[in-house]
Design a protein around this ligand. Sequence first.
Ligand code: NAD
Ligand code: TDX
Length: 342
Amino acid sequence: MAANSGVFEPRNILVTGGCGFIGANFVRYVARNHPDVHVTVLDKLTYAGNPENIAGLPESRVELVVGDICDAALLERVVPGHDAIVHFAAESHNDNSIADPEPFIRTNVEGTMRLLEAARKYDVRFHHISTDEVYGDLALDDPARFSECSPYRPSSPYSASKAASDHLVRAWVRTYGLRATISNCSNNYGPYQHVEKFIPRQITSILEGIRPKLYGTGENVRDWIHTEDHSSAVWEILTRGRIGETYLIGANGEMSNIAVLRMILRLMGQPEDAFDWTRDRPGHDRRYAIDASKLHAELGWKPMHTNFESGLRATIDWYTNHREWWVASKAATEARYRAQGM
Ligand code: NAD
Ligand code: TDX
């Protein structure tokens, strides 16, 4: 660790959830762009974690510890010696949280508390990865976007658990002086995303000859950002963000679900109406939209992937070329959805 004109220069980072979608992309980003940094990944390898996601990275720079962030004794062994924790580990899927909220409270709330306690004890800089869903939703016809001042109004057990974890981080900053920052990002897309999520589900369904499934009216809007842009924003906040601050991350990628699905179908050479409607998600958030002005103004961050269609085309290519990565979890995921009528 070094302090250089206000820039924090971590040397030894603990990345929780680094075998999941966004965590693994962040580990790859750090390995590619910051070869002087060692990364320890701490991951429980739930159904959503896959060591293949970080395969091929130099063993001298990326190490995997398999374990649970709720395990205080394990954290006592793993945390000391790191100068930063970047906390991605979570139960992350809204539909799962509606079917069974309990693991969400355990990992997202209790697990975050355990990590905060370890960070406090060993005086480790902490960056907490969160979601725009903590702010609830916006009306479809409302020009407003979420900002760092938006009130917390989570809708699902998942987003409520993430909201709780954000509040814990702020309490540890204020009460114990923990050196922490928080980022709340919009919907990510890109390689290594689990096939339960919207974009990979639809792409892999088409590849398998299954008709894509659209919930409710399909008018719901999500604000898409490429996961590599999320990684670069997190790196800027970790190294140059102000302690105690929250930064929203987004890339002006608002699009309705039906428009995204039609784009996927077109790019994959299918008729644009070749999908099925399903029942709606209970409590389905209508629209998310991020105002990332603070991140732009304070840290000068800009997204690289500004053309959603070309990012989506690359993502389709990735799933097309990595069938062995997703085929087993596809069958299990679709069986789970079928049982729920989705
Ligand atoms: P993911 O489900 O793909 O990965 C989660 C990872 O955490 C997995 O590797 C899993 O094994 C691990 N994990 C789960 N419980 C654990 C535990 N108790 N101990 C240790 N490891 C555990 O999730 P993701 O989509 O990559 O999301 C990562 C983070 O980003 C989450 O905190 C999520 O809330 C946040 N986020 C996600 C999005 C999105 O679009 N996916 C957007 C904004 C924020
Ligand atoms: O088959 C589907 N059909 C469908 O219409 C699926 C899986 C989803 N949907 C809809 C529901 C949502 O409106 O697509 C939208 C996106 O769904 P998800 O991929 O489940 O994402 P979402 O619920 O928006 O949450 C995501 O973004 C915020 C991540 O999963 C969260 O971890 C993150 O915090």
